[in-house]
Design a binder for this molecule. Structure first.
Ligand SMILES: [Zn+2]
Ligand SMILES: [Zn+2]
Length: 711
C-alpha cells in the first residue's frame, strides 16, 4: 500500500487521478508506474480498460475499490457511449461518434479542481460543460495540439499544462447564455448516457423507448445531416442551434464545415462546436412529441435542396429502420405523390424505406383478393368520380404497393392483371388528391402490415388461377332452383348467380370470358351481378355456398369459402361516412321487393354507398316469400352477334367427356340426357356431331350390337 492516498474527484479519469497520486508522493508518473509494477506503455490503455491484473495491483496499492477504479475508465461507457473491442480493448470505430483521441477540456473546471481531468471529456459526445455553460476546448490555443492525445510526459508535474508550456486552465472560453439550446442538448445526451435509455420526445411514446446506443445512432444520423446542410448554407442556417446568440464569438458560425458528412458517418466531428450544432439540431427534432411532428421539424433539411444529393436525401434511408430514418421520410412525405407515400409507408406511425421485392410481393398477393372484401369495401368512403367497382380493385393494389420496391405493373400482375400499371398510377394520382386519401392510405398500410404477419387462410393467387367452368352449371342451377321452388328461373338469373359466385370464390371480378355466352352484353351482365345480392334469398345463399364448397372440395382445396381480415384494423381512421349498422334493414327489405329498386337506387334512397347495401343484403338476405327479381330493363336481351345460341350454351354446359359417358358408355336415352340439360334431341345430335361422337345405333351401343332378326 502506498503511503499517501488521494481520493478521485467525481467524474475524474483514471490517468488524471494517477498523476495526482504521483504528485502527492512527489514522484514522476514513470516512477509511480515502476513502483506499482505496471508497464509505462499501458498509460493510454489504462484509460480505456485496465486488465484484471492491473486492477488488482491498483486496489492493492491504493486502497481504492475496483468498481470505483473501473468507473474512472472508458469501460464504464462500453456499449453505451462508446464501444471497446473485446480482444484489443481499442475503441470500435463503427460506434456513433466514439473514436476520439485525447480529451477536450473545460478550463474553468480545471481551475476549480486544480487540474483534474474529467473522463467524460474524452467522449465524442461531450461538447459543452453544462456546469459552466461553455464550449469545451478541443486544442491547445498555443500549439494547436490535442490535449492528452500523446502520453503524458512522465516527468510533467503541472496537470493543466500543455507539453508546449501553455496553461490550459487559462484558455479563453466561449460562454453560452443561460438555458441555451446547446447546453440543453448536451444535458439530454448526458442523461441518455447515464440512464442508458431515451424516454424524451419521440421516444416517450410507448414502444419507442430505446437504449443509448440506438438513440445516439439516431442523433448521429440527424446531426450528420444538419452538418451537411451547414456545409452548404453555413452554420447559421441550421435550425434550433440558436447561433445568433453566440455568433459573434466565432467566425466559423458563419461559414460552416468544409465538407458534407455521410448520414451514417460514425466518426465524430473534429470540433466541439460542430458537434454542438449538429447534435442540438438533432435533439430538437427528436424532442417532438411524435414522429409526424418530428418530420415537420426536419422539413428544413429537405426544403430547397436536391432530393438526391442534399443532406436530407432519402437514399440513405434504405435498409435503415431507425427512428432517424422514419423522421427523414416523414419530412419528405409532403413532397411525395400518393404512390411514393405508399411505397415509403408514410401513413404508418414509423415509416420505413420500401424493401419488398417481387418475391415478397407474390407472397403477400396470395393473401389479397383482386377485389377488396365486401365487408371492407362497405367501410370505405366513396370517392368523387370513381365507381365503387373501380375502388374495389384499386384498394388491394394500393395495399400491395405499400413498401413495394418494384414497378406498379408488377403489383398489378401479382393481383391478376385487372389493372394496368399505368392505370394504377393514374388512379392513385386522382385518389391522392382527395380528402379521403390520408384515411385510405392509412388503411392500406395497416392492412399490409397485418397481412405481412398474418397471411390469409385463403390462397387468393390459386383462386385467381382456378378454372370456374364447372362451378354452378346450368343443370346444377336448374336442380337448385327446382329444389328451392323458384318457378320459371331465367338464364339471366343463372348468369347473375354464377358470376356472383365466381366473384365470391375467386375474389376477382368475373373474367371477360366468363361474361360472354349468356345473351347479355358484358356490361349489362356486370350490372345484374352487382344487383344479385338483392334478389338472393337466404336459402339460395346457402345453396350457392354449398355449390362453391363442393367445387373447392372437388379441386382438392381445403380452405374456408371466404374470409376477411378483422375490421378493427381500420377502426378509428374515420373511413366510413356511413356506418352499415345505422341502416334500417327492414326498410331496405321492404323497398327491395319493388323490382325496379336496384342496389344503386336503394343506396341513393337510404343514403349509403352501393357496396354497403350489397354487403347488407349478403348479411341479411331477403326472406323467400318476399324475394324480388332482377330488374326488368336488365333482363331485356341485347341480341348481338355474340349472343349465345342453344348449341353454344350446350357446348359450355355439356363437355365432350360427359356426353360420351352419358351417351356412349351409359347408353342413356337421348330424351333423358336432353331433359337433364334442358334441351332437345335435335340440339343434342348437333352437339354430338361437334364432338364427333359416333351414333351408337350404327356402331352398336353399350347394349351390344343389334342381333340379326331371327328368321
Ligand atoms: Zn466546466
Ligand atoms: Zn500547447
Amino acid at each position: 500500500m502506498l503511503p499517501v492516498r488521494v481520493a478521485p474527484v467525481a467524474g475524474e479519469a483514471i490517468d488524471s487521478w494517477l498523476e495526482a497520486l504521483a504528485r502527492s508522493l512527489d514522484l514522476s508518473l514513470g516512477q509511480l508506474f515502476g513502483l506499482l509494477g505496471i508497464s509505462k506503455r499501458r498509460q493510454h490503455a489504462l484509460v480505456r480498460r485496465p486488465t484484471p491484473a492491473e486492477i488488482a495491483i491498483l486496489v492493492e496499492g491504493t486502497g481504492v475499490p475496483a468498481p470505483v477504479l473501473l468507473a474512472m475508465t472508458l469501460s464504464r461507457y462500453n456499449g453505451i457511449a462508446t464501444e471497446l473491442d473485446d480482444n484489443t480493448g481499442l475503441v470500435n470505430r463503427s460506434f456513433p461518434f466514439a473514436e476520439r483521441a485525447g480529451s477536450r477540456y473545460c478550463p474553468e473546471c480545471l481551475v476549480e479542481t486544480a487540474g483534474r481531468w474529467q473522463l467524460q471529456w474524452r467522449l465524442g459526445w461531450s461538447f459543452v460543460c453544462v456546469r459552466h455553460r461553455c464550449f469545451l476546448i478541443d486544442i491547445c490555443p498555443d500549439c494547436a495540439r490535442r490535449a492528452r492525445k500523446e502520453p503524458t510526459p512522465l516527468r510533467c508535474a503541472v496537470p493543466s499544462r500543455c507539453p508546449c508550456g501553455a496553461d490550459l486552465a487559462s484558455s479563453r472560453v466561449m460562454t453560452l447564455p443561460e438555458s441555451h439550446a446547446i447546453v440543453a442538448a448536451q444535458q439530454v445526451i448526458l442523461d441518455v448516457i447515464e440512464h442508458n435509455r431515451a424516454a424524451f420526445g419521440v421516444y416517450a411514446t410507448s414502444g419507442y423507448q430505446q437504449s443509448a446506443r440506438e438513440t445516439l445512432r439516431d442523433v448521429m444520423k440527424l446531426a450528420n445531416r444538419a452538418l451537411s446542410y451547414a456545409s452548404i448554407y453555413g452554420f447559421r442556417a441550421v435550425k434550433f442551434a440558436d447561433l445568433a446568440t453566440v455568433a459573434s464569438a466565432r467566425d466559423s458560425t458563419v461559414t460552416g464545415p468544409v465538407r458534407q458528412r455521410r448520414t451514417r458517418n460514425a466518426k465524430p466531428p473534429l470540433w466541439a462546436f460542430d458537434t454542438a450544432v449538429g447534435v442540438t439540431a438533432a435533439v430538437e427534432i427528436l424532442q417532438a412529441p411524435n414522429l409526424k411532428e418530428a418530420g415537420v421539424r426536419a422539413r428544413w433539411l429537405v426544403e430547397g435542396q436536391s432530393i438526391e444529393r442534399g443532406p436530407g436525401e432519402l437514399r440513405s434511408c434504405f435498409g435503415d429502420e431507425s427512428i432517424a430514418a422514419a423522421i427523414v421520410i416523414n419530412a419528405h412525405a409532403p413532397n411525395m405523390l400518393a404512390i411514393g407515400q405508399l411505397r415509403w409507408r408514410t401513413a404508418l406511425l414509423q415509416p420505413r424505406a420500401p424493401d419488398r421485392r417481387k418475391e415478397g410481393l407474390r407472397r403477400m398477393a396470395a393473401s389479397l383478393p383482386a377485389m377488396l372484401w365486401p365487408p371492407w369495401l362497405a367501410r370505405f368512403p366513396s370517392v368523387a368520380g370513381m365507381r365503387s367497382s373501380k375502388l374495389s380493385i384499386l384498394l388491394p393494389a394500393a395495399t400491395l404497393l405499400v413498401g413495394a420496391i418494384t414497378r406498379p405493373s408488377d403489383v398489378c400482375e401479382c393481383l391478376g392483371g385487372f389493372l394496368s400499371g399505368i392505370g394504377l398510377g393514374q388512379s392513385l394520382v386522382v385518389l391522392g388528391e382527395t380528402p379521403q386519401w390520408p384515411a385510405i392510405s392509412a388503411a392500406a398500410s395497416r392492412l399490409n402490415e397485418y397481412l405481412d404477419e398474418h397471411p390469409a387462410p385463403i390462397d387468393y393467387d390459386r383462386r385467381r388461377q382456378l378454372k370456374y367452368a364447372t362451378l354452378l352449371t346450368w343443370s346444377s342451377w336448374q336442380t337448385l332452383s327446382r329444389d328451392l321452388g323458384m318457378a320459371a328461373t331465367t338464364e339471366e338469373e343463372w348468369a347473375a348467380a354464377r358470376c356472383y359466385l365466381i366473384e365470391k370464390v375467386s375474389g376477382s371480378p368475373t373474367a371477360k370470358e366468363d361474361l360472354v355466352g349468356y345473351g347479355l352484353r358484358p356490361r349489362d351482365l356486370r350490372g345484374i351481378v352487382r344487383d344479385f345480392p338483392r334478389v338472393m334469398t337466404a336459402q339460395l345463399a346457402r345453396r350457392l355456398d354449398g355449390e362453391a364448397r363442393a367445387f373447392l372440395r372437388h379441386k382438392g382445396i381445403n380452405e374456408p369459402l371466404s374470409w376477411h381480415p378483422p375490421l378493427d384494423l381500420v377502426a378509428g381512421l374515420g373511413l366510413s361516412a356511413q356506418d352499415p349498422a345505422a341502416i334500417d334493414i327492414d326498410l331496405m327489405h321492404r323497398l327491395a321487393t319493388d323490382r325496379k329498386m336496384t342496389v344503386t337506387k336503394l343506396a341513393n334512397r337510404l343514403g349509403a354507398e352501393p357496396p354497403v347495401i350489397r354487403y347488407l343484403f349478403e348479411q341479411h338476405p331477403m326472406a323467400a316469400d318476399t324475394r324480388s327479381r332482377l330488374p326488368k330493363p336488365l333482363l331485356r336481351r341485347h341480341r348481338d352477334p355474340q349472343v349465345l345460341t342453344e348449341i353454344d350454351r350446350l357446348l359450355r354446359d355439356l363437355d365432350e367427356a360427359t356426353l360420351r359417358d352419358l351417351y356412349s358408355s351409359q347408353g342413356l336415352p337421348v330424351k333423358v340426357i336432353a331433359e337433364r340439360y334442358a334441351t332437345n334431341g335435335v340440339q343434342l345430335s348437333k352437339l354430338r356431331k361437334r364432338y364427333a361422337i359416333p351414333n351408337r345405333d350404327r356402331t352398336g351401343g353399350p347394349t351390344g350390337p343389334r342381333r340379326p332378326r331371327e328368321r
